[in-house]
Ligand binder design. Structure first.
Ligand code: G6P
Length: 368
């Protein structure tokens, strides 16, 4: 083990608590106030080259792919560049029509995931520029890519990814800021983003204080063996990631969905023993989420909501509400993911699971 537990009972909990620092390390030295932009020297690309990017293809597995999904929304909304996310395992065998103005971003904490490494090689074979977002310096993917952004999150020991997900999302926000400032974002908008990013470590620390409240929720719902998670737009990737955390370490069924898919089948699963976890911060789709929650309530399904502070409306519908501080919607995934990680952790502990080394899973999957 290369990192100490620092008094925490498990690495996963320690790494959840590491997140304010991991986020700070991901943006340290990379924000330029005077120019209201980000500097990502490791990309090894001039502003002219960055301007020529017409499309971004993101590849990854597990949590890294989920971070990529949040990244897709960040890049499209802040930089107006079409972005797409694909499972590395699908991308490697797919004949995607990508042209030379496409840049591929391979996301991998370990830098050793076999499917992602193979996908990187396939993209290179097609003459594409491939960059990495990795934590491990000197790893295979970091070496195989032409450049990229290191996460500097420190070692992640627990099998279930936590701080690496946050770090990857933060890096996508830097990338979106950089590409956006070269295109559509004004200096004023750039400044707002820089300031919002810098406020994140304290906001994340604030959300971590929900720990004991989340623990009580996990105790209350420990008998539930399946959970439905819902989120839209920036929260969709968070719903997927939260469901993955629950599956990986508690072995309960959990499914992440875009909220509006409720009516396309999922609603048949709603009953009083199936809690729905709703990511419904005050954002552009808030009202839509509220009406989905009402549909669930009308069918007797328990609702746990993660909402923005001072939101009274949610409390009238949901059975439980966890409040997070207000942040721009494109950065809110970094806040909403925290209660989900804590919930999965406490649920797993109450169920007596081996949190840091869940059955059948490996930290890094180096075989196909
Ligand atoms: C495994 C781990 C996941 C991780 C995924 C991708 O499945 O259990 O936690 O998200 O691999 O790993 P990477 O190192 O490429 O980010």
């Amino acid at each position: 083990m290369t990192a100490s537990l620092k008094g925490f009972p498990h690495y996963m909990l320690k790494e959840i608590y590491d997140q304010p620092e991991a986020i700070r390390n991901a943006f340290r030295g990379r924000l330029i106030h005077e120019e209201a932009t980000a500097k990502l020297g490791g990309l090894n690309m001039s502003p002219q080259e960055l301007l020529r990017i017409e499309r971004i293809q993101i590849i990854g597995c597990g949590s890294a792919r989920h971070a990529g999904i949040v990244g897709e929304y960040l890049i499209e909304s802040l930089a107006h560049i079409p972005a797409e996310v694909e499972f590395s395992s699908e991308f490697r065998y797919k004949n995607s029509p990508l042209d030379r103005h496409t840049v591929v971003f391979a996301v991998s904490q370990s830098g050793e995931t076999a499917d992602t490494l193979a996908a990187v090689k396939e993209a290179k074979r097609k003459g594409l520029k491939v960059l990495g977002i990795c934590n491990r310096v000197g790893s295979s993917i970091a070496r195989e890519t032409e450049g990229g952004v290191f996460m500097h999150a420190g070692p992640e020991i627990a099998v279930a990814a936590t701080k690496s997900f946050s770090s990857q999302v933060l890096i996508f926000s830097l990338l979106a800021l950089l590409l956006g400032r070269l295109r559509y974002l004004s200096a004023r908008e750039g400044h707002e983003i820089v300031e919002a990013i810098e406020a994140l470590p304290d906001q994340v620390a604030e959300v971590i204080k929900l720990d004991s409240q989340v623990k009580e929720l996990a105790r209350k719902y420990v008998q539930s063996r399946r959970f439905l998670l819902f989120g839209r737009q920036f929260q969709y990737g968070v719903a997927l990631e939260g469901a993955l955390k629950i599956k990986e370490i508690s072995y309960c069924c959990a499914e992440g969905n875009p909220s509006a898919e409720l009516k396309h089948g999922i609603i048949a699963l709603i009953d009083k023993s199936t809690p729905s976890i709703f990511l419904c911060p005050k954002d552009g789709v808030y009202d839509k989420n509220i009406s989905n929650m009402e549909e669930i309530k009308a069918r007797g399904g328990p609702i746990i909501a993660i909402a923005t502070e001072n939101d009274d409306q949610v409390a009238k519908i949901a059975d439980e509400v966890l409040y997070i501080p207000k942040a721009p919607e494109y950065l809110t995934p970094l806040l909403t993911i925290i209660p989900l990680q804590l919930f999965a952790y406490h649920l797993a502990i109450f169920l007596g699971r081996d949190v840091d080394k869940p059955r059948n899973l490996a930290k890094s999957v180096t075989v196909e």
